[in-house]
Each structure stands twice: as C-alpha cells, then as structure tokens.
Design a protein around this ligand. Structure first.
Ligand SMILES: Cc1ncc(COP(=O)(O)O)c(C=O)c1O
Length: 466
C-alpha cells in the first residue's frame, strides 16, 4: 500500500461518506452501482453525493465541490437545470410510463434526425450499452456477417461482444475482458489500433468478407480524450465501403457534446449507424441508435432483427431530452463552451510550463484529459505510459481544493455551460497550488498540513485503515 493509500484512507474516518460506503459495501458489490464510482484507480473513499446545483455538487457532509465529472458527460447544462426539472415534473404528472407510443417520442425522433443527416430513422433505448449492442446486432443482421472490428481502448458499453481487450499490440482475435463472456463470442470481435488505419486494413485483408461493421468512438473518450488523426475516420469510411461492411459511430459521449450534430458534423463523415446517449436524455436514462432507412427498417416489427424495451422511449426521459435539445439549440452555446474549455486548457498548460511538470493535455471542445508524465498522446499505447500514481495525487490534491475531477486517468473531464469564468479561474488556481507542491515533492505533507490547519488532527495510522 502506498503512502497515498494510507493517507487518503485514514483521513476521513467519521464522515458520512465513509459510513455510507461501509454500509453500501455490505449490500452492493463494491459499494457502488458502476465500478468507476468506487475510486479504485485513485484510492480513498468515494464521496456520496447528496445534491447538485449548476457546476457544483455537495456531498453527504455538505462539502461543496466544483464538478468536472458532470455525471460522466450528460450534464452539459450543469446540475438541476430549472427548465429540465420543470419538463420532468410536467411529464411525470401525466404518467411516468405507458409502454405505448407517445407524441413526445415522435418529436424527439424528428429533432434528432434533423440534427444528424446520417440518421434517417432512430430507435430509442435506455442506455448507451443497449444502443451499441443493438447497433451491432443490426449490422450483423443487415450484412449477414458475424465479425466486428473495435479499437483497443474504446468502450462501447458492457455487452458481451464489446468486452474485449487487445493485450499489448494488435490481437487479431479478441479475448474476453471479463469472466462470463464466452470466448467464442469474444473471438468474433477483432481489435485494431485507434489512429492506425493500417491496423484496420490488415484485419480487412484477412477477414474482409466476414466483417459486419467497424464500431468506433470518433473522438475517443475512454482512454482519456484522444482526437482522431485527420485521415483516420475518412479511412474507416473508405475501408468499410470497399468491403461492404458498415461503419458505426459510437457518439454516446460526443453526440451533442462537441457539436449539436456530434463528431460526424465536425469531421464531415457520414456513418451508417450512430449510437447516442448521455446528453440526449438530459440527465435521465435515455439513449438511441439510428441510421440509414434501409438498415433501420430491418428492425422488428418492420423486419426480423429483434430489439425491444419496457421503458424504451420513457416519457419522462424523452421530455428531459427534448428540453435539453431545445436549450442546446440557442445560438452561441457551443462557442461559449469552446471558449471556457480553451481557457481551462490554456490555464492548465501555463501552470505545467511555469512549474515544469511533464503532462499532455488533450482537448476537443468541452472534453479534456491531462495525461501525466508524457509529452503527447495520440493512441492507447501512449495513454498507457502516463503516470497513474501522479494522476492519483493530482486527483486528491484537486479534491482537497474543492475540485471534483474524474477519479481515473483514462477518463474525460467535462466542462458544462454552468461553469463560470470564475469557476475556471478557481480550477487553474487550484491546479497551480497542487502542481507547485507536487514539483517540490511535498503533496502528501501539504495534504497533512492543510488537514491539520482545518482542525482535522491528522495522525499517521498505526496500521493501514482498510
Ligand atoms: C462511448 C460510449 N459508448 C457506450 C457507453 C455505454 O453507455 P451506458 O453507460 O449508458 O450504458 C459509454 C459509457 O460511458 C461510452 O462512453
């Protein structure tokens, strides 16, 4: 156990979060309902969140943090937006679910298809996992082929075919990432390298006639933010066309985030199928997949490819989504996000230069990752070289200073419209304070002194406090 482990585990013995986490671990595996929430990558006790307002969250002890997780992407307007709450309340009063079609679903389908010209028809589901899983089934049904190409480090939810890692270098046949995933299912997933078109060409040269689709995060967010090289997405489009395979853009993060029309609008590439989620639901469980009419019409009940959901197109979630899209249609929204995010990026970079810390900052629009200990990151292998121990010290240093950053190196931080210029300045200031302490090699000591100053009477534990 590192000194950081010992310190962060020992310093909050009686907080409500600690008590709740102990209770949670008795009844919920790992104490959480999604693994990254347990802070395994950075150690310490996850804060249990009681409420959020605009750019801030408040934990169970009423401590306030400036939030850059934004629920992992959906909250582009910040927390508890009054108009979304009103839309949700109005919809809930009419009834929370019917299991029958509603006018709101038609309106949302019409709006999304206007914003995404590649989507002629759309089906609503409840999570990004379902969207990607269903798009893959549809691609297999349409092409009557079985293999799927994904990229090492890209995440498309936790359906069996997508839980595949590549190991080091390129594995041509996938291996399951998790017990419970059948090897024969995983072996139908071929793994290529993001930003390496040749790795894709090699897979197609060998398996071309058996490949149903390539699925890709057009801007990667799940190995930290990695933008596509200029020709990469165009290459994927050309390769899939040449071989009669489909191109699936997983825009669960990037949809409505980097532009109203997602990454496909920025890079001007038209995929065959697109997965959406997160922002689409305005903070409620809603996702979607859609694409060319000829492909989508293969879905049941129109066609033979089965897909269904009790709560699909849930009226409360759809009302939140419609309000979200209405708010995002205001002029200047994306330029405002870009301005704030650029201010954050350049402030963080200035600190790195002044203090002499080595780190690479990748940003596309309002999604950003700081990779510590590396000069530049353009693929997953570079990302894996980053200094995760330093990231953990950064995370706790920022938390100490009231900034809630994603608790893992390979995640994107999100800027929302609720982050004010003052909030951005405060974040840069906190980063500067942490970076100066870090460069003197005394972050741990600084933590302790700060804790003592606040009257927390930190003592080194006698034995590790697990
Ligand atoms: C690109 C991408 N696709 C799919 C998913 C899965 O979405 P969900 O967590 O809603 O199932 C995620 C989740 O973070 C994602 O980032």
């Amino acid at each position: 156990m590192s000194a950081l482990d010992v310190y962060v585990n020992a310093r909050m013995p009686n907080t409500k979060s600690t008590v709740l986490f102990t209770r949670a671990k008795r009844k919920i595996p790992g104490g959480v309902n999604s693994p990254v929430r347990a802070w395994k990558a950075v150690s310490g006790t996850p804060r249990f969140i009681a409420r959020g307002k605009r750019a801030y969250i408040f934990d169970a002890d009423n401590k306030k943090y400036l939030d850059f997780v934004c629920s992992w992407g959906p909250l582009i307007l910040g927390h508890a937006n009054a108009r979304i709450i009103k839309a949700v309340a109005t919809a809930a009063q009419r009834g929370t679910t019917f299991g029958a079609p509603t006018a709101l679903e038609v309106e949302l389908a019409e709006r999304v298809t206007r914003l995404y010209p590649s989507i002629e028809k759309i089906r609503l589901v409840s999570s990004g996992t379902e969207a990607a899983m269903s798009a893959i089934r549809l691609a297999r049904g349409y092409t009557e082929r079985e293999k799927i190409v994904k990229f090492d480090g890209c995440y498309h939810g936790h359906s069996d075919s997508m839980l595949v890692k590549a190991g080091s270098g390129i594995a041509t046949l996938g291996l399951p990432d998790s017990p419970g995933v059948l090897r024969r299912v995983a072996s139908e997933t071929l793994v290529a390298r993001f930003n390496d078109s040749d790795s894709v060409r090699r897979l197609f040269a060998k398996h071309g006639s058996a490949i149903a689709a390539i699925i890709v995060e057009p801007i990667c967010g799940n190995m930290g933010v990695i933008p596509p090289d200029p020709e990469f997405l165009a290459d994927l489009r050309a390769i899939t066309r040449r071989h009669g395979a489909l191109l699936i853009f997983d825009e669960v993060i990037t949809g409505f985030r980097v532009a109203r029309g997602g990454a496909q609008e920025i890079y001007k590439i038209k995929p065959d199928l697109t997965c959406l989620g997160k922002i689409l639901g305005g903070g409620l469980p809603l996702a979607a997949f859609g694409g060319a009419r000829a492909i989508m019409d293969l879905l049941a009940p129109e066609g033979p490819v089965y897909q269904a959901g009790t709560l699909s197109g849930n009226p409360v979630a759809v009302a939140a989504g419609l309000e979200m899209l209405a708010l995002l249609s205001r002029p200047g929204v994306y330029s405002q996000l870009e301005r704030k995010s650029r201010q954050l990026e350049s402030g963080l970079n200035d600190v790195l230069t002044k203090v002499g810390l080595k780190a690479a900052i990748n940003r596309v629009g309002s999604m950003l990752t700081i990779f510590f200990g590396v000069e530049s990151v353009t693929n997953v292998n570079h990302a894996r070289l980053s200094d995760r121990a330093q990231f953990a010290r950064f995370f706790h240093g920022m938390l100490q200073r009231g900034i809630y950053w994603p608790p893992a190196q390979f995640e994107a931080a999100f800027v929302s419209l609720a982050h004010s210029d003052g909030d951005i300045r405060k974040t840069i200031q906190a980063f500067g304070d942490w970076a100066r302490a870090e460069s003197r090699g005394c972050t741990l000591r600084t933590f302790m002194l700060e804790a003592i100053e606040r009257g927390e009477h930190w003592r080194p534990p006698r034995s590790p406090a697990r």
